[in-house]
Design a protein around this ligand. Structure first.
Ligand code: BG6
Length: 498
């Protein structure tokens, strides 16, 4: 895999939030670390008229200036000299004439044969016209020697989530993508896969021998995956009210986490072997009928959501959901996987808790009414990245008392303060070097829609109850607690919140 030759990263949606807050700060960091290809240029495309200098300034003001450990003025100047801007409208072919001319200028030194990475940092409704126009203008075509991505002249496209709004629309979008690009050119980004802790799930499971023998229904009682956010939908009401929690978080990020936790060991660390195993898990997730959605999950909406800008009055869009999924295979039969996520919750945390089974018999005296202790392994994805293993110890005293204690690994202690690069750094670099391992393949995305679609249909049916209201800063609606209690379990906190 290589970036050989001059490369232009074309960002469609250059005025947007993603470009300012995530893409440019990540590229700037890569530049500072000397990881960007030497002759990489970044070309922003958006509808408003701007000079290169104005664009650079807006990027600096809009994200880089306020970033933790941002660049020095000299570093920014050096990085900014790679950045250019052209006015263009991706929704119409004539709207891209200026872009073609600018690319011609930038690529002149490469005999018109430079590489291009198109990044669709756009509203999802623009994916279709963007891909159509890139196709009709011949901008997706690469020399035939490119199928391996080995030399210069390649064309790749990065598409942000959500990839469709349901199975049918994701299939349509994919058919269109595949009519214009070949699969090896398409990078469907899920930024959770670029997070260090998420990548470390693979290392933890498959580069150590001590956990894998226990990693199955014989020893694991259940798994909880929580992605809690304190932020509300704030300025994203327009998008969010159409999407809702299940499309925004569960179909993508949370099912990716589930597949990494539940997958079989791949035979090698290449993109297809990894993705083959992930898709097998998603295929094995038991699909529910829409009318059963309420027995397998609950939804909630934070108080005041209806008055957020861009949100329809009386909206029934969920900002919280808790689901229970089962994976029908030998390893996981009957082990529930609980997924819980919400906006405007008490804390920002992403954690995966694996609760092992209780000891079959306890010979120690227990305080009256005390639970039988079970071991838990907590994978703290963010913010305090690490792994915690909870087990029982005897509290030192003259009488016998059990007390849970933790073995903890914190990234910060082990690797220092700045050890974790932003997920976009890793993913942008991978797209530039042609490594698709941490990008979702189309069949994974379709399987994920097959899991989530019946829940969405069931929760939004006319006769379905509205999402349960919950106060800002809480842990979601009471119904979510009642939901898991019906299974004789409770929501757990393993990363700093026991
Ligand atoms: C995005 C969702 O994909 O992920 C947002 O659209 C959400 O709604 C965000 O806030 C969460 O990402 P992170 O990295 O902050 O956990």
């Amino acid at each position: 895999m290589t970036t050989a030759g001059p490369t232009t990263l074309v960002i469609f949606g250059a005025s947007g939030d993603l470009t300012h807050r995530k893409l440019i700060p990540a590229l700037c960091n890569l530049h500072r670390k000397g990881r960007l290809p030497q002759d990489l240029k970044i070309l922003g495309v958006a509808r408003s008229a701007k000079t290169d200098a104005e664009f650079r300034d807006s990027l600096f003001q809009g994200g880089v200036r306020t970033a933790d450990m941002g660049p020095s003025p000299e570093e920014w100047q050096a990085f900014a000299s790679r950045i250019f801007y052209v006015q263009g409208d991706v929704a119409s072919a004539p709207g891209l004439e200026g872009l073609q001319a600018k690319l011609g200028e930038l690529e002149a030194l490469a005999d018109g044969n430079g590489n291009r990475l198109y990044y669709l940092a756009l509203a999802p409704s623009l994916y279709e016209p963007a891909v159509n126009n890139l196709g009709s203008l011949g901008m997706a075509r690469e020399p035939s020697s490119q199928s391996s991505g080995q030399s210069s002249g390649w064309r790749r496209v990065v598409v942000e989530k959500p990839f469709g709004v349901d199975l049918a629309s994701s299939k349509r979008l994919n058919d269109l993508m595949q009519a214009v690009f070949s699969e090896h050119q398409v990078y469907r980004i899920d930024h959770y896969l670029g997070k260090e802790t998420v990548q470390n799930i693979l290392v933890f499971r498959f580069a150590n021998t001590i956990f894998e023998p226990l990693w199955n229904r014989n020893y694991i009682d259940h798994v909880q995956i929580t992605v809690a956010e304190t932020v509300s939908v704030s300025q994203r009401g327009d998008y969010y009210d159409q999407a809702g929690l299940l499309r925004d978080m569960i179909q993508s990020h949370m099912l990716q986490l589930l597949s990494l936790i539940a997958m079989e060991p791949p035979s090698s660390f290449d993109a297809d072997s990894l993705r083959d195993e992930k898709v097998k898990v998603l295929r094995a997730v038991r699909k529910i009928q829409p009318q059963d959605a309420h027995s397998h999950g609950v939804t909630g909406q934070y108080q005041g959501y209806g008055s957020e800008p861009g949100v329809a009055a009386g909206s029934r869009t969920p900002t919280f959901a808790a689901l229970r999924l089962f994976i029908d295979n030998w390893r996981w039969q009957d082990v529930p996987f609980y997924l819980r996520s919400g906006k405007a919750l008490a804390e920002k945390t992403t954690e995966i808790i694996v609760q092992f089974r209780c000891p079959p018999h306890l010979m120690f005296p227990m305080a009256q009414g005390a639970d039988l202790p079970a071991n838990t392994l907590s994978i703290c994805v963010q913010p305090d990245e690490g792994f915690h293993l909870r087990f029982q110890a005897k509290a030192p005293d003259t009488w016998f008392q059990l007390q849970p204690v933790d073995l903890e690994f914190h990234y910060q202690n082990a690797f220092g303060d700045q050890a974790n690069p932003d997920a976009y750094e890793r993913l942008l670099l991978d797209a530039l070097t042609g490594d698709a391992s941490l990008f979702a393949r189309n069949d994974e995305i379709e399987q994920a829609w097959m899991i989530v679609d019946p829940f969405i249909t069931g929760f939004t049916a006319d006769q379905a109850p509205p999402p349960a209201e919950y106060p800002l800063g809480s842990w979601g609606p009471r119904e979510a607690d009642a939901f898991i209690q019906r299974d004789g379990r409770k929501w757990l906190r393993g990363c700093g919140g026991h």
